[in-house]
Design a protein around this ligand. Structure first.
Ligand code: PEP
Length: 249
């Protein structure tokens, strides 16, 4: 049975107190939801340890971790530090990290390994920009991102990974991929994993869709065979909207 997940990425939003309040509301509302969907919030680094104290039905994620284990890297936060704050998941390779902070696939591969070594579950993001989709390069782009970041993992580690397909043109734009576009790419990603790691690992792999997912469109996206949930940006900043997305399953 594949795990279904809805994860909220708060990005650089909310003061510490606002973050604690949002986490409490999400946790409370989620307690009233039936079903097996795993709900995750990805809070800013400095919120993590306080937010971990108010969550019970909801899991906690960081939005990133460093590509080095420790040492003279001013401003960075290591996977070990993240784990020590009561965190279970870490988003790696979000398109904002790739584009704004110039993170490449080799760096992301290092982050994934450090996350795994420290007991964190990576939520690995991949996605094409509009130009790559329109020029027909979308499958090559995703293949390269997935291969470099994940293909040298051993199967036991790969079995822990969650993948989020986030077409960059859909993130924060209000333009959502059609259910067909999402299904097509999710099936392709699962095929790549199947060819490299085999059937059982591919069948168990959770693949999330991210990009302008809202209560009004989540149901039709989540209804696709290869879509196992969502990574939610803007709509995760409001507890009611976020939980309405969880209830779309
Ligand atoms: C994201 O940042 O991962 C995301 C999917 O954002 P939004 O839902 O706002 O498009």
């Amino acid at each position: 049975m594949r795990k279904q997940i809805v994860a909220g990425n708060w990005k650089m939003n909310k003061t510490l107190q606002e973050g604690i309040d949002l986490a409490k509301s999400v946790n409370e509302l989620n307690e009233q939801v039936d079903g097996d969907v795993e709900v995750i919030v990805a809070a800013p680094f400095i919120h993590l340890s306080e937010v971990s104290r108010v969550l019970s039905s909801v899991r906690l994620s960081a939005q990133d971790c460093a590509s080095e284990a420790n040492g003279a890297f001013t401003g960075e936060v290591s996977a070990e530090m993240v784990r020590s704050a009561g965190v279970e998941y870490v988003i790696i390779g979000h398109s904002e990290r790739r584009t704004i902070f110039k993170e490449d696939d080799i760096t992301l591969n290092k982050k994934i390994k450090l996350a795994l070594d420290n007991g964190l579950i990576p939520i690995f993001c991949c996605g094409e920009v509009l130009e790559e989709r329109e020029s027909g390069k979308l499958f090559d782009v995703i293949q390269t991102q997935v291969e470099i970041a994940l293909f040298d993992l051993d199967p036991a580690d790969m079995g822990k990974i969650v993948i989020a397909y986030e077409p960059v043109w859909a993130i924060g734009t209000g333009v959502v991929a059609t259910p067909e576009q999402a299904q097509e790419m999710h099936a392709y990603i699962r095929k790549l994993i199947r060819e490299k790691f085999g059937d059982s690992l591919a069948d168990e792999l959770t693949i999330l869709y991210g990009g302008s997912c809202k209560p009004s469109n989540a149901r039709e996206i989540f209804a696709n065979t290869d879509v196992d949930g969502g990574l939610i940006g803007g709509a995760s900043l409001n507890a009611e909207d976020f939980i309405a997305i969880v209830q779309s399953f």
